[in-house]
Design a protein around this ligand. Structure first.
Ligand code: IPD
Length: 277
């Protein structure tokens, strides 16, 4: 069947590659760093430059489409997912890595229509790996089909998470105790790589068995969700219910059994919603 969003998907791929080139070059240069919601929530000129590039090109080609993007949201733009075709963009995911030249940095471009995610494109800028997923058409990394792990036993799992922006004692305590709970349940390991989107791509590729996080945003999740689902995986709410893209929390896994075990082990960290800020 014809894909009504093929042209949009191609545009996303081209822009992710172009943005990736800019980010790769900027990685080794001096940066001006500012903070947003906390001392650990960073932004640079390159985040703004890349976001402006992606949005201006897409707006020109698709003038009726809407946009949700990380730096626009930081400047007060509302995050509302309407039925209109909507681009959900993180210009640099792993900004803290980018600032420190830690080579785990991505561009993430998701696309939703009628509140349903249609495709996702995530570009690992330094390793030049392009992850893509299109609803009903599979997930790929540089043309190779992705397949999630089939592991159902938490005691045999490699679990990924991210810390999230807050560093207040109560949040840190909950974050560490969630990690402790998974280690008590005898997970093989818990990893924090500094980029939600790339951690989720590792899950899609079967290089880890589960992912969970509190405090991520819709632009960290949109593209990756399509990629994981198309690789055969599960993306859901930490309560065990269906995913809510705006809820700032997620559990993802290769199997429903694994996702449920991880969700049951977690205590909730309340971050509020993206669409209520
Ligand atoms: C952040 C990173 C970080 C995760 C945060 C994300 P950014 O994205 O993925 O690892 O803990 O939740 O918001 O700010 O670098 O685009």
């Amino acid at each position: 069947a014809g894909d009504p969003w093929a042209e949009c998907f191609e545009a996303a791929v081209q822009l992710a590659l172009r943005a990736g080139q800019i980010i790769r070059k900027a990685l080794t240069e001096e940066k001006r760093v500012s903070t947003k919601t906390s001392a650990a929530d960073l932004v640079t000129e390159t985040d703004h430059l890349v976001e402006d590039l992606i949005i201006s090109e897409l707006r020109e080609r698709f003038p009726s489409h809407r946009f949700i993007a990380e730096e626009a949201a930081a400047s007060g733009a509302k995050c509302v997912l309407t039925p209109s075709p909507t681009w959900i963009i993180d210009p640099i995911d792993g900004t803290c890595n980018f600032v420190h030249r830690f080579p785990t940095v991505a561009v993430s471009i998701g696309f939703a229509v009628h509140q349903e995610l249609e495709f996702g494109v995530i570009y690992h800028c330094t390793e030049e790996r392009l992850y893509t997923g299109q609803r009903g058409r599979g997930a790929f990394c540089n043309g190779q089909r992705l397949q999630v792990s089939k592991e159902t036993d938490l005691a045999k799992a490699l679990v990924l998470t991210e810390i999230g922006p807050r560093r207040d004692p109560a949040t840190l305590k909950l974050f560490l105790s969630n990690m402790e709970r998974l280690l008590h349940a005898r997970a093989h390991g818990v990893r924090v790589i500094g980029s939600s989107t790339l951690a989720l791509c590792h899950l899609a590729a079967g290089a880890a068995d589960a992912y969970y996080q509190f405090g991520l945003h819709c632009w960290d999740l949109a593209a990756a969700t399509v990629i994981i689902r198309e690789a055969g995986g599960i993306v859901m709410d930490t309560s065990g219910g269906p995913l809510d893209l705006m809820s700032c929390r997620v559990v993802a896994a290769g199997t429903p059994e694994m996702a449920t075990l991880v969700a049951q082990a977690l205590q909730t960290i309340h971050y509020g919603r993206d669409d209520e800020k």
